[in-house]
Design a protein around this ligand. Structure first.
Ligand SMILES: [Cu+2]
Length: 157
């Protein structure tokens, strides 16, 4: 299982390179929170900066049956998580943080355990101001904590 997973990830990363040339959205510090045995859902986090106004409208990964763009917020002392029906706004030039406690990409119905130090391919679909959609594939490392450089709670720009 582990061996199969690795070769799958490597094959995907070779395919991905061809997308990079046209990208107008920069992804930095991506990570997926590692899961424990039996866990069926987790979150993916990153900082996304679009050159021109855009939206993140969809995400998908072969390791999850369902992938949604979520928002987490406090509602009368209760933490609520919900899918963003119209996607996540990415104003031109602004670094938008997807981080624990805020926006995140929710991976549900996981098809395998996500163990520390593997990477999962995530396809992000962006829509520009004219409605044109582009996709970008990112290899996201699985980790138990945010990488250095992504602040947890007080990220300022
Ligand atoms: Cu969520």
């Amino acid at each position: 299982m582990r061996r199969l997973t690795h070769s799958f990830v490597i094959a995907t990363s070779i395919l991905v390179t061809s997308f990079a040339a046209a990208q107008t959205v920069t992804i930095s510090n991506p990570w997926v929170r590692a899961t424990v045995q039996g866990q069926k859902a987790t979150g993916a986090f990153m900082t996304v900066t679009a050159k021109d106004n855009a939206k993140l409208v969809a995400a998908s990964t072969p390791v999850a049956g369902i992938t949604e763009i979520h928002e987490m917020k406090m509602d009368k002392d209760v933490i609520k998580m919900s899918a963003l029906p119209n996607g996540l706004d990415l104003p031109a030039g602004k670094a938008v943080d997807l981080k624990p406690g805020g926006f995140h990409i929710m991976l549900m119905d996981l098809r395998m355990p996500l163990t520390k130090d593997i990477a999962v391919p995530l396809t992000l679909t962006f829509q520009d101001a004219t409605g044109k959609k582009t996709q970008q594939v990112v290899q996201i490392p699985v980790s138990t904590q945010a990488p250095a450089g992504q602040a947890m709670g007080d990220h300022k720009h």
